[in-house]
Design a protein. Structure first.
Length: 219
């Protein structure tokens, strides 16, 4: 109700923006079944060090903490390891693009993303492409990604990190609309003194419809 989400959207609740990063990987597995065998997912994360510290590890299917909410401390052999079902290099890899160079200058994130997309195309990888709509210091990627393909998200899956909450309803509705079809990550932002353990993944209607028809993704 608060976001006036378009009919057919779905919401997945999760503890944080970092935890939210596991969800697009599972969605990609469900939408593109061949990622389990003949095609690899490559998760392209932008604005490293301007986003949550757990974002990049989680985007690679890794644990981002020494403790989990339900089971407590991880066994020592699992620390810095991957979640079961995401621990295959042939299934998943990730590329982290920093927001700034070592002298503090802003990196041209879009150029780097385009380079990684070209590599993915040549390798027949399935890219998950991130856009950051306001990082820790307010940096915004120049363009937000869209899910591409003749159908919905057949060639790439777009993820918009809007966890800082600096968006309007008009912008959110555009990201979820046909032709954009982007998954949107939101949280109870510390920027707004929001509560901890309050994250969500908003799934646009057309992708939600495909997921309802898809079998559950297998490890």
């Amino acid at each position: 109700d608060a976001f006036a989400l378009p009919e057919g959207s779905e919401v997945i609740l999760c503890p944080s923006g970092s935890d939210a990063e596991y969800i697009p990987v599972a969605i990609a597995r469900a939408l593109i079944p061949e990622t389990g065998t003949s095609r690899r997912i490559v998760n392209i994360v932008s604005q490293l060090r301007e986003i949550g510290a757990g974002t990049a590890p989680a985007a690679g299917g890794e644990f981002f903490s020494t403790h989990t909410p339900l089971s407590g401390a991880l066994p020592s052999e699992r620390v810095n390891g991957r979640l079961a079902g995401m621990d295959d290099d042939m299934l998943l890899s990730h590329v982290d693009i920093p927001a700034r160079s070592r002298d503090g200058g802003v990196v041209d994130v879009q150029q780097r993303i385009n380079e990684e997309l070209q590599k993915a195309k040549e390798s027949n990888d399935f890219p998950i492409v991130h856009g950051v709509f306001g990082g820790k210091t307010g940096l915004m990627d120049k363009a937000m990604p869209v899910s591409t393909g003749e159908g919905v998200a057949e060639d790439s899956l777009a993820v918009i990190d809007a966890c800082q909450g600096r968006f309007s309803l008009k912008e959110l509705h555009h990201w979820l609309s046909e032709g954009s079809d982007a998954i949107v990550l939101i949280t109870g932002s510390k920027f707004y003194q929001g509560p901890p353990f309050a994250g969500a993944v908003i799934i646009p209607p057309r992708i939600a419809s495909k997921l309802r028809e898809a079998p559950a993704p297998q490890p």
